[in-house]
Design a protein around this ligand. Structure first.
Ligand code: FDA
Length: 466
C-alpha cells in the first residue's frame, strides 16, 4: 500500500522496483518463487511501480507478423529455473496452444504472442504492482543503527520514493525501501533538432498513430533508419497502404543482417557477462564493436529477403512503391499544411530530393538516458567513473556514497558499459533477476542485527533537505 505520509510506522519494502517491464517482471517472479520456499525471516517483501496504466511491452511496435529476436527459451524464467510455472511453455499450455506451437518448429514466437505471455505472467503478480504510478523522486531517510553499534553516526537507512498517480497524475504517493531496483528501460531516440509532431513520428508510436491518419488515403511515407525497427516499419506501411509509396532512407549501402550465428550468439550467455565484466576497458570496447551487429542497426535476414523480393517484384511489374534512398540522409524535415516535406541528400553525389509525404517515421533507435539522474536526488548518492557512467558491481548494485546503506540496483539499461551487450535485451533477463535477488537476500541477515530508528528529514509535500 502506498502512504500519503510516511512515519516511523511506515512499512519498509526489502525491494522496491521502479518500472515494470520484462526486467522487473522477471525479478518479481524470482521473488515470488523465492518466497514460496523461504522461511519467514528470509522472505523478501517487494513491490513494483509502473507508470503505464497496465502492463505493456513496446505496444506501438506490436506489428502482427513481427517475431521475437530471441529464443522463447530465454523467457522470464527458464534459464534461472527451468521448472518454473511462469515459463513460456506453461503459458502455451494454459492457452491450449502447446502442441500447435511445437508443430510450428520455431524458436521465435510472434512478438504479439510474447507480449501476451508477458501480460499473462504480469497478471499473476497483480498484487505486487502499482500501475499508473510514475516515480518522480527518491529521497534519503536518515537513521541510526542501534543494533550492532558499528555506526555511531547518522546514515541513510532507507530511500523514500515519490510517485505521481491518479487523474492527470496529480496525486502523490510515497513508498519506503531498503533496496531500489531501477529498470526504467531506454528512451526513443531522435536525431538532434528533430521534434515529434502530428506527421513526424518515432517508430515507438507507430501503431498508436497509424489508425488516426485521417480520411485521405496516404500517398507517401518516409522511413528513416536501417535497423530492425526501420525494416519492420517499412514492410508494415508498404503492406498496409497498398496505394502508398514507402521511401526508406539510410546512410548504409544496404540493410545488413543481424549476426545470430551460434558462436556470436554466445555473447548473450550468462558467462559472457562474467567475461565482459572482468575485461579491461579497451577489451570491453572491442567486444562491443565486434558484436554490435548482433543487435544494433541490423535486420533479420528473412525480413531483408522479404523487402528485396517486394522491391524486385515491383521492378518487374513496373510500379515502384518501395523506394530505397541508400547512402542518404534527411537534411530537412518540415511539417506543412497537408503533410510533411523531407529533403533527402545523397551522401555520394550531394543531390537533394524533395519528398512530400504524409508521415516521416524515425526508426532511429533508443538511448539509455541516465536512470539515476532522472529520479530526483538519487543520482547524488550514486558513484560514477571518470566518464560519468554509473559504477556498478557484478551483481548490478550501484556503488553508493559512504553512509548510504540501502541498495540501488540497475537493470535493463545503463549497464551496457559494465555488463555488456545483453544488458538492455531479454536474453539474460531470467538469470540477471536471480543474481539481483541473491544479492539482496544475502544482505537480509543484517536486517536482524538491530532496530533502525528512522528520522525523516524532509517535508512530505516539499523538497528534500537531507
Ligand atoms: P522496458 O522499456 O521494456 O520497461 C521499462 C518500464 O519502466 C516501462 O514499462 C516504463 O513505462 C517504465 N518506467 C519508465 N520510467 C518510469 C518511472 N519513472 N516510473 C515508473 N515506471 C517507469 N530484446 C530482445 O532481447 N529480444 C527481442 O526480440 C526484442 N524485441 C524488441 C522489440 C522492440 C520493438 C523493441 C523496442 C525492443 C526489443 N527488444 C528486444 C529490446 C527491449 O528493450 C527489451 O527486450 C526489454 O524491453 C527490456 O525490458 P526492460 O524492462 O528493461 O525495459
Amino acid at each position: 500500500m502506498s502512504q500519503a505520509l510516511l512515519s516511523d510506522e511506515t512499512p519498509v519494502y526489502d525491494l522496491l522496483g521502479v518500472g515494470f517491464g520484462p526486467s522487473n517482471l522477471a525479478l518479481a517472479i524470482a521473488v515470488t518463487e523465492h518466497n514460496a520456499h523461504a522461511a519467514d525471516a528470509e522472505a523478501v517483501t517487494a513491490h513494483f511501480l509502473e507508470r503505464q496504466p497496465e502492463f505493456g511491452w513496446h505496444r506501438g511496435m506490436l506489428i502482427d507478423d513481427a517475431t521475437m529476436q530471441v529464443s522463447f527459451l530465454k523467457d522470464l524464467v527458464t534459464l534461472r529455473n527451468p521448472a518454473s510455472e511462469f515459463s513460456f511453455l506453461c503459458y502455451l499450455q494454459s492457452k491450449g496452444r502447446l502442441v500447435d506451437f511445437v508443430n510450428h518448429k520455431t524458436l521465435f514466437p510472434l512478438r504479439a504472442e510474447f507480449h501476451d505471455y508477458f501480460q499473462w505472467a504480469a497478471a499473476r503478480l497483480d498484487d505486487e504492482v502499482a500501475y499508473g504510478h510514475e516515480v518522480v523522486a527518491v529521497r534519503p531517510v536518515y537513521g541510526r543503527d542501534i543494533g550492532d553499534g558499528a555506526n555511531g553516526g547518522d546514515e541513510i537507512v532507507y530511500f523514500d520514493v515519490e510517485s505521481r498517480t491518479g487523474v492527470g497524475m496529480r496525486e502523490t504517493a510515497f513508498w519506503r525501501a531498503r533496496n531500489l531496483v531501477v529498470a526504467t528501460g531506454l528512451r526513443p531516440n531522435l536525431p538532434e533538432g528533430v521534434t515529434r509532431g502530428e506527421r513526424i513520428w518515432h517508430n515507438s508510436e507507430l501503431l498508436h498513430r497509424v489508425d488516426h491518419l485521417g480520411e485521405r488515403e496516404p500517398v507517401r511515407f518516409v522511413v528513416v533508419g536501417a535497423g530492425q525497427s526501420a525494416a519492420e516499419v517499412t514492410a508494415f506501411l508498404h503492406g498496409r497502404f497498398a496505394g502508398a509509396e514507402v521511401c526508406s532512407v539510410f546512410t548504409r549501402y544496404g540493410y545488413s543482417p543481424s549476426d545470430d550465428s551460434p558462436f556470436a550468439n554466445r555473447i548473450f550467455d550468462p558467462d559472457a557477462v562474467d567475461a565482459f565484466y572482468a575485461a579491461p576497458e579497451e577489451v570491453k570496447q572491442r567486444l562491443l564493436d565486434y558484436h554490435g551487429n548482433t543487435n544494433y542497426s541490423v535486420v533479420d535476414l528473412d525480413l531483408i529477403d522479404d523487402l528485396y523480393r517486394r522491391m524486385y517484384q515491383e521492378k518487374v511489374l513496373g510500379t515502384q512503391r518501395l523506394r530505397l534512398f541508400n547512402v542518404s540522409h534527411p537534411v530537412q524535415v518540415t511539417e506543412t499544411a497537408s503533410g510533411v516535406r523531407a529533403t533527402v541528400e545523397s551522401l555520394t553525389t550531394g543531390e537533394r530530393t524533395e519528398l512530400d509525404a504524409d508521415v516521416v517515421v524515425y526508426a532511429t533507435g533508443y538511448r539509455p538516458d541516465d536512470p539515476l539522474t532522472e529520479l530526483g536526488e538519487l543520482g547524488r548518492y550514486c558513484l560514477r567513473d571518470d566518464r560519468g557512467r554509473a559504477l556498478v558491481d557484478r551483481d548490478y548494485r550501484v556503488h553508493t556514497a559512504p553512509g548510504v546503506r540501502p541498495g540501488v540496483y540497475l537493470q535493463g539499461g545503463g549497464t551496457e558499459h559494465s555488463h555488456g551487450i545483453t544488458s538492455s535485451l531479454l536474453s539474460n533477463n531470467a538469470v540477471r533477476a536471480g543474481e539481483i535477488l541473491r544479492s539482496i537476500t544475502d544482505r537480509i541477515p543484517s536486517r536482524a542485527k538491530g532496530v533502525t530508528r528512522v528520522r525523516p528529514r524532509y517535508a512530505v509535500s516539499g523538497t528534500a533537505s537531507g
